[in-house]
Design a protein around this ligand. Structure first.
Ligand code: CA
Length: 228
């Protein structure tokens, strides 16, 4: 049975594109125009993920999300139009799981949907991506995803996470990290490691506010935990 996505979007052209892209990927897709229609539809069951436009005619997608969170854990992906909306989504106090800013590529949207649904189901490894708990690593492409969302990392931030992910749970001390990640860099000093851990943590938290997979081991160094 195909997974079913519920889309709440009042702009016809966008809705059509999204529905088409989802169905082309084998999902069942249903469409409502109003925020007020989302909860009644959810209550009838069978919805695996909700895509919520923030700017709906009757109510905001944020309010819809808040209301549905009281009774459902269904993954929610926001579609946002304005920067002001984006700020609130990034605050993520609203219980959404992910967002896409308009204009977006339908293919990217479907990729997000797939990643999000895959977290609920069992994962299969495809292409160059290797799953490490909540992380996915594409070592050749120098890309990392967390909870299905591509991380925007600097070269050293990527190197740091990659080094830690090589042995999840194992503690790497600052000297070893310096050596492995900053081996060829002029600027050095073990504070560099701490600074980068800080920025990486912030980027992970922007995706999942509850997430703190990097553990500080006082006097030793850092370890990354990939589950939970
Ligand atoms: Ca709209």
């Amino acid at each position: 049975m195909p997974m079913t996505i519920l889309l709440a979007e009042d702009e016809g052209a966008i809705a059509e594109t999204v529905l088409y892209a989802l169905r082309a990927e084998g999902y069942a897709a249903e469409h409502v125009l109003l925020g007020g229609e989302v909860l009644p539809r959810l209550r009838r069951g069978g919805i695996d993920l909700v895509i919520l436009d923030v700017g709906l005619p009757d109510t905001s997608g944020f309010d819809v999300c808040r209301a549905l969170r009281i009774e459902s854990e269904v993954p929610v992906l926001f579609l946002t139009a304005r920067d002001a909306e984006l700020d609130r989504v990034l605050g993520l106090e609203l219980g959404g799981d992910d967002y896409m800013a308009k204009p977006f590529s339908p293919r990217e949207l479907v990729a997000r949907v797939r990643a999000r649904l895959r977290r609920q189901v069992v994962h299969d490894d495809t292409a160059g991506w290797r799953r490490l708990g909540r992380f996915e690593l594409d070592a050749t492409g120098h890309r990392l995803r967390f909870d299905g969302v591509l991380l925007d990392l600097t070269r050293y931030e990527f190197g740091l996470l990659e080094a830690l992910l090589a042995r999840p749970g194992a503690v790497l001390d600052r000297a070893r990290l310096m050596d492995r990640v900053w081996g060829d860099a002029l600027e050095s000093g073990e504070r560099t490691v701490d600074t980068h851990v800080k920025t990486v943590r912030a980027k992970l938290r922007a995706i999942a506010p509850d997430a703190d997979p990097i553990r500080t081991v006082r006097g030793l160094g850092y370890a990354v935990h990939v589950e939970g």
